[in-house]
Structure formats: C-alpha cells, structure tokens
Design a protein around this ligand. Structure first.
Ligand code: AMP
Ligand code: GLY
Length: 407
C-alpha cells in the first residue's frame, strides 16, 4: 500500500519505519531527514496527494486533526486515518472533553469550569478547605504546558491569575478547568478505534520531566518503555471498559463517530483507573517504543480508516526502550543548526529523528527533542542497556538525556 504520513516528528518516523518494515511504500509531508531515508518527502499535503497518490493518509499531529484535515480528505474520497475536527475536540478543549467524560460516566477527577477569576478562586478555596489539592488546566492547546499542579491555595490563585487575568496562555487559558488532584501511578494507552470495534496496542510509559528521578520542567516526553509490567491485562480491560468504550459510544450517540487512535492518559488510584485526559493522536514518544514491538500496523490503520473490523496486531518483540536526546536548553529553548554525528548502532537499535534537518549535506539539530534511540530485546533490562549503548553513539554539542528510562 502507498501510505502518506502527515507530520514530521519522532512519532511519524516511527510509523514510517514500521510501515516500511511491513513492505508498504511511504511518503512524508513534511517528514524529516529520518522519514526521508524511507520514502519521498513533500512540502505539504496537496503536493503529496498529487505527487504520491496515496491509498491511505495517516495524520500524525493534533493540529491538522483539530483543523479538520481528516474530514476534508474523507470528503475527497481519500481513505484517512484520524478523527475529524469534531472528535478532535477531545484534545482541543479540556473543558469539552471533561463534559463528555462526565456525560459518558467515565471516571475522572471532579472538576469545575471557569472564565471568571474571582469565582475560580472561591472554588479553589472550597477545595483546599475540604483537604483537597487541585490541578488547574488551561482548556485549550498549550503545548503540554497548560497544566499546573497546586499543593497550596496561594499557588493555585497564582496559576488562575496567570491564565485568567494575565492571559499568559493566550486564548488557551481563557477557559480554565479546576479539578481535584489525584494521587496514583500513571500510564498511557493507545487504542485504535473503528466504527466496527477497538484495539488497544501494548502499553507504554512516558517520562514527562526533563531530569532524572522526575525532576525539572515538564517536556513533551523524554523517553518511554513497553511493556509496563505493573499494568496487567485486567487493568487494560478495565480501562477499555470504563474509559475508552464509554466515550466512543457516547460520541457516536451524539453524532460524532470517532475513528483513528484514542490516547487515554490514565491514573490508577486505589487500584481503579481514572481518565486524566484524552489525546486524539499517537503519543510521542510512546509510539516509538510501541512501533518497535508490533507487526500488522498497516492493515490495522487501513481497517480503521475504512470503518472495518480491526485485525489483531502481532507482538513480535518482548520489550522496547526509547531514550530521547534533547538539545541544549530544552524544554525552555533549543538550539538549531548544531552538527550531529551518529556512530554505529548496536544490535536491535533504531534511531528515530524528530528535530533534525539536513544543512549542506550535514545532519544538524532543528528542535528541542532532536532524536530518539530505540532498542528492542528479550527483556527490558537488555533493551535498556542497548538503548544507552546506542545513545553513546550520538554526538552533538549540548546533547542531554535522561539516564533512568525503564529503570
Ligand atoms: P494532562 O495534560 O491533563 O494529562 O496533564 C498533564 C500531567 O499532569 C498528567 O500526565 C499528570 O501527571 C498531571 N495531572 C493532570 N491532571 C491531574 C490530576 N487531576 N491529578 C494529578 N495529576 C494530574
Ligand atoms: N508523550 C505524551 C504525548 O504525546 O502527549
């Protein structure tokens, strides 16, 4: 099959890698130098439709999904993997998403929604008075920086004023979700959704903070591993039954059929799963670890795009560990144009490009998360050793990474 992959990050390189391993032809729009090693690159989707004539389009990032690209392509008769603009509101608006969770009976932190600063402060005061802490969330898309966890009331008032008075988060923060702080362990699950059913991929765990031991700023994700031994098959089943299926059914009943991948961010509190958020795309870098482990992804994405029953994927690798190499200053800033050299990679290792570019024939940095070293092996310990041996072969000025992924 000829498959066009929209986007240009590590997630898209991982999808492109998997699909070419399965014998499909791929193209990227815009792609990146890693995707470019696997197929042609086009500046934009229109050029790719003309020049590559894909049989299937897979949309990677949230922005084009939220903008309705999937609707547009489907209207033109092009089989497309990804939800339409209405379904993508699950990610575009945390306020709407919370409302849908409540209507669908999905277990989630109790929340109120505010546009008024005074009213929000009163709500926060009430929660602290009854011994609860809060999470304060800008409703709109804020590049993963719109969630502020607050252990005291002063901090919470400050977060609210940043969003509602100072408009530090722009439009994204004009509407604020105040919710109870939940304490537990987190995992992410990617479920492929078709009109004819659901299929969850192996679970991966992400590391969001920039520093070892979960210290420092939040990032887009510094590394992942899969499987997550503490997430049992029963927990996956319960998550599907309580978090995934109810929202898909509820949206369908409202006339918003959802297809594509649904990413559920789950917190396990006292043994029960709670939904922290939905995303409407593959997680990055969760996808890097997951794509290393499974086979049959092309058929799966095709079936979802066609609204057919979903064929199972085969899990061919017992364990994967993916470690991100970031550029100096990330996540606050990043350095572009710094030369990268890649040595010979150990067995089982693949390098996925994210923020890289070619400049006069030289691979250089071009973003915060530069690339990821992704290893498979018979167990997590060995995958981890391979990933870090691979990381030793990556050199660029200012490179930093977490040394505790999969530990
Ligand atoms: P979100 O983008 O909504 O998933 O939030 C980003 C991160 O903030 C999550 O991965 C959690 O670590 C944390 N978080 C979000 N909501 C809560 C909550 N209600 N209680 C505790 N932690 C939370
Ligand atoms: N790694 C988290 C995300 O893709 O949002």
């Amino acid at each position: 099959m000829r498959i066009l992959i929209v986007g240009g990050g590590g997630r898209e390189h991982a999808l492109a890698w998997r699909l070419t391993q399965e014998g499909h032809e791929i193209a990227g729009a815009p792609g990146n130098p890693g995707v470019g090693q696997l197929g042609p690159l086009f500046e934009n989707v229109s050029d790719a439709l003309r020049g590559f004539e894909p049989e299937l389009v897979v949309i990677g990032p949230e922005d084009p999904l939220i903008g309705g690209m999937a609707d547009e392509l489907r209207q033109r008769g092009i089989p497309t993997f990804g939800p339409g603009g209405m379904g993508a509101r699950l990610e575009a608006s945390k306020a709407w998403s919370k409302k849908m969770m409540e209507e669908a009976g999905v277990p989630t932190a109790a929340a109120t929604i505010h546009t008024d600063y005074q009213e929000a402060c009163e709500e926060v005061a009430k929660r602290f008075a009854s011994g609860r802490h809060v999470a304060i969330k800008a409703s709109g898309a804020a590049l993963g920086k719109g969630v502020i966890l607050c252990g005291d009331e002063l901090h919470a008032r400050h977060a609210l004023s940043r969003m509602l008075l100072d408009e530090e988060f722009g439009d994204a923060g004009r509407l604020v979700v105040v919710e109870d702080f939940l304490e537990g362990r987190e995992f992410s699950i990617l479920t492929v959704v078709s009109e004819q059913g659901l299929l969850s991929l192996p679970v991966a765990q992400d590391y969001k903070r920039v520093g070892d031991g979960d210290t420092g700023e939040n990032t887009g994700g510094m590394g992942t591993y899969s499987p997550v031994p503490w997430v049992t098959a029963e927990m996956v089943e319960e998550t599907e039954a309580r978090i995934v299926r109810p929202i898909v059914d509820h949206l369908r009943a409202k006339g918003v059929p959802y297809s594509g991948v649904l990413f559920s961010g789950v917190m396990v509190v006292d043994g029960s799963p709670y939904c922290l958020e939905y995303n409407v795309r593959f997680g990055d870098p969760e996808t890097q670890s997951v794509m290393r482990r499974v086979e049959g992804v092309g058929d799966l994405l095709w079936a979802a795009a066609q609204g057919e029953a979903l064929p199972p994927v085969r899990v061919t690798e017992p364990a994967a560990v993916t470690v991100v190499a970031a550029s100096a200053g990330y996540p606050a800033t990043s350095q572009k144009g710094v030369p990268i050299t890649l040595g010979e990679m150990p067995e089982g290792v693949v390098v996925f490009h994210a923020g890289t570019a070619m400049q006069d024939g030289q691979l250089v940095t071009n973003g915060g998360r530069v690339l990821a070293v992704s290893a498979v092996a018979d167990d997590l310990e060995q995958a981890r050793a391979r990933a870090y041996a691979g990381m030793d072969q990556v050199a660029f000025a200012g490179k930093h990474f977490r040394s505790d992924i999969g530990h």
